[in-house]
Design a protein around this ligand. Sequence first.
Ligand code: GCU
Length: 398
Amino acid sequence: SLLGLHAQNAEEANYDESKIPPFTLPALLETANGQKVTTSQQWEQTRRPELLSIFAEQVYGKMPEGKVDVSYKKLDDNHSALDGSATRKQIEITFSRNGVERKALLLMYLPNHVKTKVPVFLHFNFQGNQTISADPEIIPSQYSKEARGNQASRWPLQKIIDAGYGLATVHYFDFFPDDKDKHAESILALFGYKPGDDIPADGGQAIAAWAWGNSRVMDYLETDWQVDASKVILMGHSRLGKASLWAGALDTRFAIVVANESGCGGAALSRRQVGETVNRINNVFPHWFCKNFRRYNKKENDLPIDQHELLALIAPRPLYVASAEGDRWSDPKGEFLSASYAGDVYKLYGMKGLETTTLPPVNTSIGDRVAYHIRTGVHDVTDFDWENYIRFADKWLK
Ligand code: GCU
């Protein structure tokens, strides 16, 4: 109810380190039956699958099983985009199953100066494809009436192209319109979901659907002769950072994962309860996680996992976690510590993570196979963020 929502909003967020309730994090390198994990083989054969199924059952929810038919229709393939520096492609992806159809519109820019297959940043957008650039040829996304280019500051296209990367984006509503009553419009309908149907307690909702969407775009990228599908950098901001981390954990085809200000249910440790809490996120966004996650409202210490274990599921692939100083809601320190602790799994592979539990100074990228920065400014995606992600991708992919 409205009143309930009000009460939730009124619940005061804690930002005071001295008021964090004491907690012990679940041991990352210990199996359910108490065995220590000391090798990458043990990690891959036992602990990793264990964690994946806990996150699927208790946090993000599972996608229904069942084959979905997919077709691709190229609506645009223009070699003189961005003043001739890029090729713009627009692909309509149609999903069908049991007579139900859903469509996603993929927009891509690929650098013309690269003559081999290119690495690509896959980054879903919040407001519709047409909002990422003023380019008048972008076909507006189905669920958006937002103005052309209104999100352009978050999408430094020329910088990405000049650095030799492609960009692939889809409006996230195409997979699940971000509203608590939109299950029937989402891709869940492909699996028989009808309005009024109950979602099972371990059933995936919006975040699972967005993560599923990330993987379906990857399926397309694997078919595109201009794309190096072994070099796809999956990037997500905020709620889409949560989804990208989950997609990157499930789908090891993503070469690098970048979580920009992903916060609660993303990179941030739930047990710290700084800024947004499990209780608050489940109440305000009841359609994001699976229903089982609500069991941990105000009971963070009962969680069988914490978010450093989600980050560890990306290993041994490169992982970049980033925060903003003014984005206290996402708990920057909780995102940082989580990334730091995930480093234990990278060590099993002889790789280095952040190698510190001291928050670095602002605007300074640190780390190795796991990297981190906290920049000045608010909850956003900025040129500083992109420059660091590009440098990180250069380091590991080129
Ligand atoms: C809200 C929400 C966050 C989320 C953010 C966003 O602030 O509480 O969990 O990350 O929206 O997606 O921008």
